[in-house]
Design a protein around this ligand. Structure first.
Ligand code: 6GU
Length: 267
């Protein structure tokens, strides 16, 4: 069977190449960074190896603006940390297996903890642009699952309470929220935002949920951190654009990176 039809074999092949190219036999924890978060990676640590995603089998260079498609291997406090600068989204059309290939490569490389970050729209009253929010749970609104073909995975405590406790210990001002994952690439209508709010969502974005499910199914612990880059449609009356998402990410990257660094040290 070809590796493209077998996701576990594809991830295993990518993990093998990763070990070769980074010189690190194993990685312990992975950080997937969302749009505009590159400066946050620099706060986490200095890479001992740096490669392009296109050097790893099964990866396609992410196409969204703000995603550079780099992979860093970074030693932090006795752990070897894998940082992926960019990710593949459902809206790129490659299917859910492409979306979760990075996470599956990380778990195949030994990562027992997967840190997922993203840029999100804020729905909850009082949320501010530039505010980091811990993901406490999610609504998968994409209709897809990365586990089609597999069976029955428990998603209770998907975003591990243990890791959220560490993050709040680092920064007690951190709020938590429920993240609604949409297929995109369009932003929502104001009516859809009212629907999501009625369903219990606090944040909305176009990533993370598939990766969290795949990470859990692989036995890893998951941590999710959103940066509120804008308020969702209909809240301010202003139109939404990708540029403001990138700019808010850049502005908050230092604080995000310091928080991630402390989390990685203590996770
Ligand atoms: Cl408002 N919606 C979605 N789907 N993704 C976003 C967003 C909104 N803001 C940042 N990313």
């Amino acid at each position: 069977p070809s590796t493209t039809s077998d996701p576990a074999a594809a991830a295993g092949a990518a993990a093998g190449t990763l070990a070769e190219l980074t010189g690190a036999a194993q990685h312990d924890l992975a950080v997937i960074l969302g749009s505009g978060w590159r400066p946050a990676a620099e706060e986490i640590g200095t890479p001992t190896a740096e490669l392009s995603m296109s050097e790893l089998p099964g990866f396609t260079a992410p196409s969204a603006v703000g995603h550079s498609g780099q992979v860093w291997s970074v030693p932090v406090a006795g752990k070897q940390v894998l940082i992926m600068l960019g990710r593949t989204h459902l809206y790129e059309g490659g299917g859910v297996e492409k979306v979760v290939h990075g996470v599956r490569t990380a778990t195949a490389a030994g990562c027992g903890t997967i840190v997922l970050t993203n840029a999100a729209g804020g729905l909850r009253q009082g949320m501010q642009v530039g505010q980091p929010v811990l993901i406490s749970d999610h609504l998968n609104m994409t209709t897809w699952s990365p586990l089609v073909g597999a069976r029955f995975t428990d998603l209770t405590d998907l975003y591990a309470q243990r890791l959220r406790d560490i993050a709040r210990d680092v920064d007690p001002s951190l709020e938590e929220g429920v993240y609604a994952g949409m297929a995109g690439p369009h932003f929502e209508t104001p009516a859809e935002i009212r629907m999501l709010r009625a369903l219990g969502a606090d944040l909305v974005g176009m990533s993370t949920v598939q990766e969290a499910i795949a990470a859990r199914a692989a036995g890893a612990e998951v941590f999710g951190l959103s940066l509120v880059t804008n308020l969702a449609a209909g809240i301010t009356g202003e139109p939404l654009n990708h540029q403001e998402v990138l700019e808010a990410g850049k502005a908050a990257a230092g604080r995000m990176g310091k928080l991630l660094r402390s989390l990685v040290e203590r996770a």
